[in-house]
Write a protein that binds this ligand. Structure first.
Ligand SMILES: [Zn+2]
Length: 689
């Protein structure tokens, strides 16, 4: 699933009219809905006809439809009926004389979708780009929140969609493809859902279609001709991941799966298909990152749907079961790297004023909400898995899938399933992560080393600097010259003592060395990354004499980093106290004012830089590096060093996409080097004697 769905919910809550309170009255059951949609791309037009069959019901029924729609006629059994339509709310009075018979309401309507799609968006945090519906000769995208068909209050028990479009334009939506034919002038396809799940989306374009059948599931690619060569890669990957997840959670829940190309850069998972942007689909890593993520949503989010009353668990779960688990399959080091990245993203991006409890997460709207709703939630699932073991963890997921398929589930449903499988109550443990913003701030206190018998003993306290301490188990590792001991220390109160013995003399003790626990990393533990610049609560851009960039480019750079309000000052006369700000320099600052230090392997001068032994001095080269602020502990300083104005223009807007990296070198039109400096970690070192 996708942020779009969240936005749908919010739009439904905020923008769409509130229907009269019906709390006491049961909502009318919808037996079936049949949609006939004709697309006229030249005129940005949709001509629609919807037949909605209500079970016997006396009174007024309500449907949502785009407020831009023009309604031609509404009738029941060929006779016009009374209706009102305002602000996107359609109310239809069912004829009284029908008594106990079902009523089929026929709605004929037209909607124009002229909104243009942004082709070069500066930031990709909002995956909808603000577009809900677009009908153009280049392609059609009608999102589930576009109001492109009359949507009854209750999900129909059965749904069929018939789409016609000019020949050459193929359409795809949820459900099983019953028919597909292209005549001389018209393309036609019919889609059927025997178990509809949520609102419908629809895409159309000049697709090249490839297909395969695996275990009764039709697998399709709907790609633009210029990307058709990727069909085999995506079909193979779909077969692989659908197979893998079917084994883990239970059988694939839909009749088909389609990988569909979109003409602007989305990554959406819809019931039984995923929509990937043209620029995205070509990136070589997508097929093993975003693609399995969207496939996993077929089970979690689209198969088992989210009950939003306790927040959206689906992004955290899918991040854990796709993005994370695939790293874990590569190696323990890759898995550790991923967990560390989640922790440092949270600590870098989520300042207290942007934080919120997980149960308030509906969908991502920006980088901080993603660090909470995806990252922190994934760590909650990780901690549960550590507590109860793989067998109980995956067994519980299978239980939830079996019991809640085509229904909604809450965080509590997961807590119950984990508890049942583990034979112990996981609810209190999970609840503390769901209802409180933030996380544990942990530090060592009074750590001492002394001889004990023939060996050594390290003792001390772990302090939680939280007003209310968390209940958790914290791994500590004591490392000696040739041996190390990992011990799990249960934390409950504010101060928790520990005592760990080792035969040889310990060199140091490290807190949670494998990043198994969700906690707020301290500034020393954070690798300096682009995310620290993006997450800064107080950033200034300092223009030096040697800055090779137009002011407009610098403003765009700040905007793309989510720092559009940051002041731009000159190094000569900053007018601010530099120690009070995180700083982004354009051009090299003068060493005597601001002794910027880079980690080993990086050297920078006004007209050239070196990185890992390579020298860069070309017109089209650019260095971006994030490091510590020399004048203020806990603050960040970053350097934006384009070797020409053209280089500045060319790469400025790309930097934001490399959030987790600490240094970037661009050359010859592309990123050549990227990397992160390792953080210090939360460590107590013992002096050698
Ligand atoms: Zn997702």
């Amino acid at each position: 699933m996708k942020a779009a769905l969240l936005i749908v919910r919010i739009l439904l809550l905020v923008l769409l009219p509130t229907f009269p309170a019906l709390a006491a009255d049961p909502l009318p059951v919808v037996e079936r809905q049949e949609l006939r949609v004709n697309l006229v791309p030249d005129r940005h037009l949709l001509e629609g006809e919807s037949l909605v069959t209500f079970a016997p019901f006396a009174g007024r029924v309500f449907l949502n439809l785009s407020s831009a729609a023009a309604i031609d006629r509404i009738s029941v059994a060929g006779k016009g009926v009374h209706y009102t339509f305002s602000g996107g709310a359609l109310a239809v009075d069912l004829p009284k004389e029908r008594g106990n018979a079902p009523a089929t309401v026929r709605i004929a309507y037209r909607i124009t979708y002229g909104k243009q799609v942004p082709e070069h968006p500066a930031s990709s945090e909002d995956p909808t780009y603000g577009v809900t519906g677009s009908i153009t000769p280049a392609g059609v995208f009608l999102g589930s929140d576009a109001g492109w068909y009359p949507d009854p209050q209750v999900l129909p028990k059965y749904r069929k969609v018939k789409v016609t479009a000019p020949a050459g334009m193929e359409a795809v939506t949820s459900g099983k493809r019953l028919e597909r034919e292209t005549g001389k002038k018209v393309f036609r396809s019919v889609w059927e859902e025997k178990r509809p799940t949520g609102e419908l989306s629809l895409s159309a374009g000049p697709y090249d279609i490839r297909e395969r059948q695996v275990n009764g599931v039709a697998i399709y690619t709907y790609l633009y001709p210029q990307n058709a060569r990727l069909a085999k890669t995506y079909l193979d990957a779909a077969v692989k991941y659908i197979g893998m997840y079917s084994k883990l959670f239970g059988p694939y829940p839909f009749d088909k799966f389609a990988a569909v190309e979109n003409f602007f850069p989305t990554g959406y998972g819809y019931p039984s298909y995923t929509l990937l942007g043209s620029t995205v689909i070509r990136l070589p890593f997508i097929v093993d990152t975003s693609f399995p993520h969207e496939i996993a949503h077929c089970w979690w989010g689209n198969g088992v749907r989210v009950d939003y009353r306790e927040g959206n668990w689906s992004e955290g779960l899918v991040t854990y079961l796709a993005d994370y688990l695939l790293e874990e399959k590569k190696s323990p080091a890759a898995a550790l790297d991923y967990r560390l990245r989640l922790l440092s993203e949270y600590a870098s991006l989520v300042k207290p004023d942007r934080d919120f409890p997980l149960r308030h997460f509906m969908g991502r709207v920006d980088a901080p909400s993603r660090a909470v709703g995806y990252g922190k939630a994934a760590m909650v699932f990780h901690m549960v898995r550590n507590r109860i073991g793989d067998k109980a963890f995956f067994g519980a997921l299978q239980d939830v899938f079996r019991e809640k398929l085509f229904k909604t589930a809450t965080w509590s449903d997961f807590a119950k399933a984990f508890s049942r499988r583990a034979g112990k109550d996981l609810s209190p443990f999970m609840t503390q992560w769901l209802v409180r913003p933030g996380g544990p701030h942990l530090s060592f206190e009074g750590v001492t080393l002394r001889r004990k018998g023939r060996g050594w003993q390290v003792s001390g306290n772990i302090v939680q600097q939280n007003s209310r301490p968390y209940d958790l188990t914290l791994p500590l590792r004591v490392e000696g010259k040739n041996a190390s001991v990992l011990e799990k220390v249960p934390l409950s109160g504010r101060t928790s003592p520990f005592r760990i013995s080792l035969l040889s003399r310990p060199r140091r003790v490290i807190m949670d060395p494998d990043a198994e626990v969700f906690r707020v990393l301290s500034p020393e533990e954070l690798p300096p990354t682009v995310n620290l610049v993006k997450g800064s609560g107080k950033l200034a851009l300092v223009v030096t004499d040697t800055c090779q960039a137009e002011e407009g480019t610098l403003r765009d750079l700040l905007q793309s980093l989510g720092q559009g309000a940051a002041p731009v000052v000159s190094e000569e006369k900053p007018g601010i106290r530099l120690a009070d700000y995180d700083l982004l320099f354009c051009g090299m600052p003068r060493q005597k004012n601001f002794p910027l230090e880079f980690p080993a392997g990086i050297g920078a001068a006004p007209k050239q830089f070196t990185l890992g032994g390579d020298r860069y001095s070309d017109f089209y080269d650019l260095l971006f590096v994030v490091t510590r602020h020399p004048l203020a502990e806990d603050r960040t300083a970053a350097l934006f060093l384009p070797l020409s104005r053209d280089a500045a223009d060319k790469y400025a807007l790309k930097i934001t996409h490399y959030g987790k990296y600490g240094y970037l070198a661009f050359s010859g039109g592309e990123n050549r080097r990227k990397g992160t400096f390792s953080p210090a970690g939360n460590v107590v070192e013992f002096e050698e004697k």
